[in-house]
Design a protein around this ligand. Structure first.
Ligand code: UTP
Length: 300
């Protein structure tokens, strides 16, 4: 693939256990929790499709069949709705199976994000690909993938998405050391640390769940030792690519994201996503806003 060919393939890891959202996620995938009236993962798939990604590989695990069913046809349900005259709803449901070509691979043991991405090796082949974390929701009004694809086409290598966070939050993320480039909002990544101890982060730039990755990452992941938490960390593999700036597939840049993003695997951020996206909706926003104002006033 030359630098200017469009990126079409994505890996969407959804095999995590979702332990931060128990008990809701005991028997249900966290990616299937509804955000207003769609499961969180549908926003991610719609974002991918809008960005021109046509081939999506989900890395799934136990208890994720509802996710596969969501993007498949449902003949009995479609027939029942058609008999009732609900043609618009039927079309909406069928459209879900046409958003992209969807493929699935199981990660038998959730051994870390790097391990999950490496499950995509055979499917991806030798082309740069996107990774979208299934529990990271980026507001459709502030997309970031197109800018990341532009950066990859210009610099090659891999591209991260960084978001400035409060210094008190850096220990919850991968954090990047960066240098400016000639492009506003685009930086060169010179180092990465996974969940740095408080006060030790190289910057306030946190890595969020959108990546464009060079296929050379697979060779690195194949032989990489377990890192933090005993897991095969994607951050460690990206750090190796940073250390090889002149080699094929080496070098890492990043787009600084200033839009709206939610971690739907975190209870507070999940609630914020529901409220924020519902407030933006013409059918729900005005009534919800009025109710929230009343509800908050009654607290005071
Ligand atoms: P997280 O660490 O947020 O997911 O991983 P988790 O492990 O499900 O969450 P908690 O901490 O237990 O609540 C980020 C993404 O990587 C996927 C997750 O599904 C999530 O989308 N993941 C993580 C995998 O697919 N496999 C893994 O081994 C680890």
């Amino acid at each position: 693939m030359t630098k200017n060919e469009q990126i079409r393939k994505a890996v969407i890891p959804v095999a995590g256990l979702g332990t931060r959202f128990l008990p809701a996620t005991k028997a249900t995938a966290k990616e299937m929790l509804p955000v207003v009236d769609k499961p969180a993962i549908q926003y991610v798939v719609e974002e991918a499709a809008t960005a021109g990604l046509t081939d999506l590989l989900f890395v799934t695990g136990r208890d994720k069949t509802s996710l596969e069913n969501h993007f498949d046809r449902a003949p009995a349900l479609e027939r029942t709705l058609t008999d009732k005259g609900s043609h618009e709803v039927v079309e909406e449901l069928i459209a879900l199976s046409h958003l992209a070509d969807m493929h699935y691979v199981r990660q038998g043991n959730p051994n870390g994000l790097g391990h999950a991405v490496n499950m995509g090796r055979a499917h991806i082949g030798n082309v740069p690909f996107a990774v979208l974390l299934g529990d990271d929701l980026i507001d459709a009004n502030t997309p970031v993938l197109p800018a990341m694809f532009d950066v990859q086409s210009r610099f090659g290598g891999s591209v991260l998405c960084l978001m400035e966070v409060d210094p008190s939050q850096t220990h919850m993320y991968g954090c990047a050391a960066v240098e400016e480039t000639e492009l506003p909002g685009v930086v060169r990544v010179t180092g990465l640390v996974e969940k740095p101890a408080p006060g030790t982060a190289p910057s306030n730039y946190a890595v969020i769940g959108r990546y464009v990755i060079a296929p050379e990452v697979f060779d690195i992941l194949d032989t990489q030792a377990p890192g933090r938490g005993g897991e095969i960390q994607l951050t460690d593999a990206l750090a190796t690519l940073i250390d090889r700036p002149t080699e094929q597939g080496g070098g890492v840049h990043a787009v600084i994201f200033t839009g709206k993003r939610y971690d739907t695997g975190d209870k507070l951020s999940y609630l914020q996503s529901v409220v924020s996206l519902a407030l933006d909706r013409a059918d729900l926003g005005p009534d919800l806003r009025a109710w929230l104002i009343e509800r908050l006033a009654s607290d005071q």
